[in-house]
Design a protein around this ligand. Structure first.
Ligand SMILES: [Zn+2]
Length: 456
């Protein structure tokens, strides 16, 4: 969201504390305060407001979605939860939720609510309109469920449900505290609402990659709304995102998962023989968008006189001359010294340019026969309208480098596995059930494809 709106929210909104990244990563061990759009005093116990509510269901054994009954028959399990619930997180007397202590179930519930609400706020600002739920004809509000013993996270018809991840390194990590996961899931909900789903007759493989790419870009740009993420990104690179990205070294240095995913070097020819996982198929598109972001940032630095054109010229040659890397870094270090606020402004401008351009682009796309070159074509059109075409060359160069529009993606090589997001519990709807009995081909296929997915 724009810096101006952020200031406005600080006056009237409701306070939450969010971990920008998992708390076991330095320098993110302390949560950061954010203000969501709901005016202080309007968010009730849960938390809950007019769009969504969090519950801790007691005795809920299974996640929502397609389930098997005792005799092996399938059925669709959807909200609302009608059993007992644990104690809700309560606001303080000013209506805020920033008094809750990490390590308590109430903090987790507030973190879940605050993250989803904040991401929705950020993207409603980019879209310039309220983002409705795709399930609005059936449910008024999104039910957000903490299901601690489950090892997954998903958004679906009327629900967003999160479990926990168990690893040797950190023990149990609740997804309710994973901003990246929550922002990614909210990203899927945004795309379901604003782009929609193709039918079996109109689906293209690239649609599935587009869904994952969009969810990752929602998470990436949302995470750049945390002061600490932006400050850390700049202090650890001196603003030299371009060189790091070109050399693909940035990924190793960054503790930010979304940036690790986005700074990849996959091209369409890597998928010419076919593809199996839409999260990987997503990467050329996500990578193109990340490179556009970095290029726009660099243009902003040049325009503000914060770097000189020679640095940009050197950066352009880095692929052929990797030995320039140290020289470029030293030039950035010198330019950044004493200019943090100018660099930060340039970064936030690049963030908001891409956020606005993506929202406008997604709003114009049809889910039917959708391919990455459609995204590029509409983005160029949107850029002409937003900026008078200032970034045409940047967009064209990055889409071409990824071979988008030049190389076609091959066939899907494997049946959707457990990680598949698009046809799954997420997209099951009440009118497709109960599963037994007469069903459309589409519903049977969706159900056949259903599986448990790792959160990603
Ligand atoms: Zn996903």
């Amino acid at each position: 969201m724009s810096v101006r709106l952020d200031v406005e929210r600080r006056r009237h909104g409701t306070k939450f504390r969010l971990f920008p990244q998992p708390y076991f990563l330095e320098p993110y061990s302390e949560p950061e305060t954010v203000w969501v759009s709901s005016p202080a005093g309007t968010v009730g116990p849960g938390p809950s407001d007019d769009r969504m509510y969090v519950i801790d269901p007691l005795g809920k054994a299974l996640p929502y979605g397609s389930q098997r009954g005792p005799r092996g028959s399938s059925y669709i399990y959807l909200p609302p939860w009608d059993g007992q619930v644990g104690p809700p997180a309560m606001p303080n007397r000013f209506g805020h939720f920033d008094h809750l202590e990490p390590g308590t179930p109430e903090f987790e519930a507030a973190h879940l609510f605050g993250a989803v609400r904040w991401v929705l706020d950020i993207w409603e600002d980019y879209f310039g309109t309220r983002i409705p739920w795709h399930f609005r004809e059936e449910y008024e509000r999104l039910e957000m469920v903490v299901l601690s013993q489950w090892d997954n996270a998903q958004v679906g018809f009327g629900f967003l449900e999160v479990g926990s991840e168990v690893s040797e390194r950190v023990g149990t990590f609740p997804f309710a505290l994973s901003f990246d996961t929550l922002a990614h899931e909210t990203g899927h909900a945004i795309i379901y609402a604003m782009v929609g789903l193709p039918t079996l007759e109109t689906e293209e493989g690239e649609y599935f990659g587009f869904q994952e790419s969009a969810a990752d870009l929602v998470a990436l740009l949302s995470s750049l709304h945390f002061e600490r993420v932006v400050d850390h990104l700049l202090t650890s690179t001196s603003g030299n995102l371009y060189t790091f990205n070109e050399l693909n070294r940035f990924a190793e240095l960054s503790e930010t998962k979304q940036i690790r995913i986005a700074s990849n070097d996959l091209k369409m020819s890597d998928f010419a023989a076919g593809w199996a996982d839409e999260h990987i198929l997503a990467q050329p598109l996500t990578g193109a968008m990340f490179d556009i972001f970095v290029d726009v940032f660099q243009e902003n630095l040049l325009e503000r006189g914060l770097i000189d054109p020679e640095v940009e010229a050197l950066s352009d040659q880095i692929e052929k001359h990797p030995d320039y890397a140290d020289l470029i870094q030293s030039r950035f270090d010198a330019a950044y010294e004493g200019n943090h606020s100018g660099f930060k402004e340039a970064l936030l401008d690049a963030r908001d340019y891409l956020g606005n351009a993506l929202a406008e682009t997604w709003g114009r796309l049809s889910p039917h026969f959708l391919n990455y070159d459609d995204v590029g074509r509409v983005l160029l059109e949107v850029d002409r309208q937003l900026t008078g075409g200032r970034y045409q060359q940047v967009i064209l160069t990055n889409f071409r480098w990824r071979e988008i529009g030049d190389v076609a993606v091959g066939p899907r090589l494997a049946k959707p596995d457990e990680a598949s997001h698009s046809f799954s519990d997420r997209t099951l709807q009440p009118d497709q059930g109960p599963v037994q009995g007469r069903l459309s081909y589409a519903a049977r296929r969706r159900i056949a494809r259903n599986g448990r997915r790792p959160a990603q």
